[in-house]
Design a protein around this ligand. Structure first.
Ligand SMILES: Cc1ncc(COP(=O)(O)O)c(C=O)c1O
Ligand SMILES: N[C@@H](CCCC[NH3+])C(=O)O
Length: 463
């Protein structure tokens, strides 16, 4: 997988051979701004701070492990996406990356729309006051209850993912006496350069209706035949944590190709296309993602060019970034519990969380960075593996790291870029309560998702 958005950028193997580390960074106390949230700095006394509050204070007041989210950075990233795409396009934040009522309010205030893919995400969006017209409902197996609630609340679009769903959504719209705007999710047959579990546009998988073999074209016929459905466009999402824009280019070309076929067969030009999310972020200094304005320009140019050569009016474009909005805005703060040097191998540094608050390393071989956060250190670099407290040897947070050789129990470690798909994929494995999410801004820290307690766990256990 290329980890660089730029053709001339660095390329690295995903998994280093066992026992083989890349050279240590020149300065273990330095913070790479690509990997850390915007207001994170190391103070002169060595402590990390975010939003003007140091991590020792945050740990004392909120405990560890905990996710600390830089609200200033989150809002700035929303605005960067909004401004990059301008009034001619729509940005839908993908709520699966991380969703809470505070996040929905920020999105609303900053002018982003919201993509939800379950009843729970829809309920959170509605509870926090997102106007239904700015909500899109996704999912490859939406229940009748989810569809009914979405239609009745007036969501702006439902993205259809199967033939059965065409009938279900049409039926729900008829019962509600509405005409429901819909898009059709098209599987464009692109092999996105990312981990196979998070690639979504090759043909052999569960999402969407395939272009190849004519499923997508047949879906268009069926939708156009249902008066309770308003076909507003086509949708394609090729996968996640993608750096290479070539996949989007192929996807846009194929989606515009289907728009052309639809015009030729039905005499209608659909007004919108959505090219999904999936833009990669920097988890380590080796990753080199594009900025929103580069992405907007690249996608806009591709769509305009393809439409021009097909003689189509350029449709309104939308995108659905999740990770690229929230991922870089948070870090997880852990306390070191044990330090176990293994001669000629590496030192295992165990923290008070693990795969229950970050499953991505175990699931996708994801790479992360880590920094000693409670102090600066002059000690030399020590090859380390940051591991959790769960009963699995795969319970790894950072597979290959360098930490100062004097890292010791009681130190605080911060793992950056954990804003996306960490709290939202957290579990209670080993009956570990899930950590809180604390928003920090201008010297104030506010809990937006509280820490689970053992009472919470026992309350569910009604036996
Ligand atoms: C339909 C859809 N849209 C948007 C996203 C958001 O992806 P990402 O967080 O990688 O931007 C996903 C997840 O991959 C998705 O399935
Ligand atoms: N959860 C995945 C991405 C899947 C995105 C949802 N379609 C990750 O952490 O990278």
């Amino acid at each position: 997988m290329s980890r660089s958005a730029h053709p001339a950028g660095p390329r690295h193997a995903d998994v280093l051979p066992e026992g083989h580390y890349s050279p240590p960074p020149a300065d273990l106390n330095a913070l790479d701004p690509r990997v850390w949230a915007r207001t994170v700095t190391r103070r002169p006394d060595g402590l990390l701070e975010v939003g003007g509050i140091d991590v020792a204070t945050l740990a004392r007041e909120h405990g560890t492990p905990a996710y600390f989210l830089d609200e200033t950075d989150f809002r700035a990233r929303c605005r960067a996406w909004r401004d990059a795409f301008g009034s001619e396009a729509d940005v839908f934040y993908a709520g699966k990356a991380f969703l809470s009522r505070a996040v929905v309010r920020w999105l609303h205030e900053e002018g982003l729309n919201l993509d939800v893919c379950s009843g729970g995400e829809l309920a959170t969006a509605l509870a926090a006051g997102m106007p239904p017209a700015r909500i899109a409902l996704h999912g490859n197996n939406k229940s009748d209850a989810e569809i009914g609630r979405a239609v009745e609340s007036g969501v702006g679009r439902i993205v259809l993912d199967s033939f059965q769903e065409i009938d279900r959504v049409a039926g729900a719209a008829e019962r509600a006496g509405r005409r429901q705007p819909v898009q059709i999710r098209v599987t464009v047959g692109v092999e996105a350069h990312t981990h196979e579990f998070i690639a979504t546009a090759h043909e052999d998988q569960k999402f969407g209706l395939a272009l190849a073999g004519g499923q997508a074209a047949e879906a268009v016929r069926r939708v156009l035949a249902r008066p309770s459905l308003e076909l507003i466009g086509l949708h394609s999402h090729i996968g996640s944590q993608i750096f290479d824009m070539a996949g989007f280019e192929v996807s846009a070309r194929r989606v515009v190709g289907l728009l052309t076929e639809i015009r030729d067969e039905h005499g209608v030009e659909l007004p919108e296309i959505d090219l999904g999310g999936g833009l990669g972020i920097a988890y380590t200094s080796e990753d080199d993602p594009c900025e929103p304005h580069e992405i907007a320009k690249s996608l806009g140019d591709i769509v305009a060019r393809e439409c021009e050569s097909a003689g189509l009016a350029v449709p309104r474009l939308s995108v659905e970034p999740g990770r690229a909005v929230v991922g870089p805005t948070a870090f997880t703060l852990y306390e070191v519990g044990t330090v176990k040097p293994l001669e000629h191998l590496r030192t295992y540094v165990s923290v008070d969380g693990g795969m229950s608050d970050n499953i991505r390393t175990a699931l996708y071989d994801a790479e992360y960075s880590v920094a000693l956060a409670s102090r600066a250190s002059d000690a030399g670099p020590m090859p380390a593996r940051v591991v959790g407290k769960h009963c699995e040897s795969g319970d790894i947070v950072v597979r290959d790291a360098y930490l100062p050789a004097d890292t010791a129990p009681g130190d605080l470690l911060a793992v950056p870029a954990t804003g996306a798909y960490c709290r939202s994929m957290a579990s209670n494995y080993n009956h570990v309560p899930r950590p809180p999410v604390v928003a920090v801004k201008d010297g104030e820290a506010r809990v937006i998702v509280r820490r689970e307690t053992e009472e919470d766990l026992l309350r569910l256990d009604v036996g």
